[in-house]
Design a binder for this molecule. Structure first.
Ligand code: OAD
Length: 255
């Protein structure tokens, strides 16, 4: 059976061919096809299974550091077993076809980098860059040395070699500010881009959710890729309904 070739609006292809700066903003949906669960998709979303109050707040870490550290080590171990999917790869390929491309991701995995993207801003931190909860010293952890087993469970966090404090996951938790420099770079890229992609995000968590609206306001062509409706539907110049791993490779091939 012959597979149908996707067709894209000529204006979208033209916008990409002539763009000076493309921004690709990604959320958990981009890593979903790699086998990493999203946060708010039906009954399988992480926040349906795990109470964010127990795992994703500074208070939770202060109360039960072993539980929180063990959970993030479990997630880091999951990521190590996953591979970048065609969406991550297509984004890296697009960067070679346009003058400049910046990835702004809310994802804490490293799949964009492993697919070959080089200009990646992690707005919500990274599973691979924990920080000392006392002195703020940051550490890099390699992608495949997570200590957690198949189910997670409690694991004592390491202590900081500099000050002896507890090392915590380098993730932005509920009630915390985004890393200032990352947010500033993301906003600057958004204010100066001509094409802005919003891929695989529910567009509900601020300030990341403000970026596509900021891009639309300054006149950029805003392209959404998502199988489900979001609050951006009525504002996007193009809303492509489908999975990122299916739509993105075909779109990039057409550029
Ligand atoms: P969500 O789980 O809120 O949304 C995932 C989005 O991806 C939904 O709109 C889905 O429809 C879409 N989606 C699912 N599969 C897809 C696929 N194959 N291709 C394209 N889209 C797909 O995840 P985020 O928007 O990333 O923050 O959530 C934002 C933040 O909320 C996360 O970074 C996390 C969470 O609390 C922190 O942990 C700091």
């Amino acid at each position: 059976m012959k597979r149908e070739v996707m067709t894209f609006p000529p204006d979208l292809i033209e916008a990409l061919r002539t763009a000076h700066h493309v921004v690709v903003s990604t959320g958990a949906g981009v890593s979903q096809e790699s086998g990493i669960p999203t946060f708010r998709d039906g009954l399988e979303g992480l926040w349906e299974i795990f109470d964010p109050e127990q795992f994703a707040t500074p208070q939770a870490f202060a109360r039960q550091p072993d539980l929180v550290w063990g959970w993030y080590e479990f997630r880091r171990a999951q990521v190590a077993k996953c591979l970048p999917n065609p969406a991550h790869q297509a984004i890296a390929t697009l960067a070679r076809k346009v003058r400049r491309l910046t990835v702004i991701t809310q994802n804490v995995d490293n799949l964009h980098e492993r697919a070959g993207s080089t200009d990646v801003i992690h707005l919500h931190g990274s599973l691979h860059a924990p920080i000392c909860a006392s002195c703020g010293q940051s550490y890099m952890m390699s992608a495949n040395d997570a200590q957690a087993g198949e189910t997670g469970g409690r694991l004592p966090p390491p202590t900081c070699p500099s000050c002896g404090g507890l090392v915590r996951p380098g993730i932005v938790w509920f009630g915390e500010m985004l890393p200032e420099e990352a947010l500033e770079r993301a906003q600057q890229a958004t204010l100066h881009c001509d094409v802005f992609f919003s891929i695989g995000t529910s567009v509900v968590v601020y300030p990341a959710a403000a970026l596509p609206f900021m891009a639309a306001e300054q006149g950029a062509c805003v392209v959404q890729i998502n199988p489900e409706p979001t609050g951006l539907d009525d504002y996007a110049s193009f809303s492509l309904v489908g999975k990122a791993g299916e739509v993105m490779p075909e779109l990039v091939a057409a550029v």
